[in-house]
Design a protein around this ligand. Structure first.
Ligand code: HEM
Length: 191
């Protein structure tokens, strides 16, 4: 595997070890996931992760599919990178979208994503408090159980705002196509 691929591939493992302590796992729609005490986040494949793994999910960072130039510029101005010292809370939200979503064309999906749901416009209001990283799973070709692994971190004082953001997205037309979603909340000690 090339270095380039290795750095884009991330593994999230529910395990007995790992930097993040699991606060709770809420299954919003679809099949649940096994409980885990901690979460290990790893750049690279599973083999390099320690023992005691109860489940592992893999995804790859990729090019943008939907953002337009003006949005790209606005996002770049506002967004923060993950791993700021004060960001001791995190959420891993694996999501699968239905066959009906994947049967749409790119322009139809963009219309639902932004014109109808304002995903970016809503999300932008929560930057830079919430930092995010989107991983795609579909094209890994391993029969991954989710289409996306969405990964966020924020300070404890911003968790309520993060919940408001979720409420807004989950009631949008885009979410009618979400057929599996698990909300995994995490915390870690301050650096
Ligand atoms: C923190 C504020 C947020 C911002 C600024 C934001 C922004 C974005 C942007 C720009 C994209 C499109 C990337 C592309 O062009 O391919 C995207 C995709 C996505 N976001 Fe968000 N987002 C936010 C929060 C969230 C939250 C809280 C969730 C999950 C609960 C979420 C779930 C997703 C998913 C699943 C996709 C992929 C959609 C698809 O390709 O069908 N986002 N987000």
């Amino acid at each position: 595997m090339s270095n380039n691929t290795t750095t884009r591939l991330f593994t999230f493992a529910g395990s007995a070890t790992g930097e993040w302590l699991v606060d709770r796992i809420d299954c919003l729609v679809g099949a649940p996931i096994a409980p885990a005490g901690r979460l290990a986040v790893h750049a690279g494949p599973l083999l390099e992760i320690a023992q005691d793994v109860s489940w592992s999910l893999q995804g790859i960072t990729s090019n943008d599919r939907y953002v337009e130039r003006s949005e790209k510029v606005a996002l770049a101005k506002r967004q923060a990178g993950m791993g700021r010292p004060e960001c001791t809370r995190a959420a891993l939200i694996p999501i699968r979208k239905s066959a009906a979503w994947w049967a749409l064309t790119q322009d139809e999906r963009r219309a639902i994503f932004e014109a109808q749901s304002q995903h970016i416009a809503i999300g932008m209001k929560y930057l830079p408090a919430v930092a995010r990283r989107l991983h795609h799973c579909r094209d890994l070709g391993h029969g991954e159980p989710f289409d996306f692994l969405t990964w966020f971190d924020f300070a404890p004082s911003d968790e309520a705002a993060f919940d408001d953001l979720l409420q807004a997205l989950r009631t949008s037309p885009e979410w009618a196509y979400v057929d599996r979603e698990i909300d995994i909340r995490l915390e870690r000690e301050a650096n």
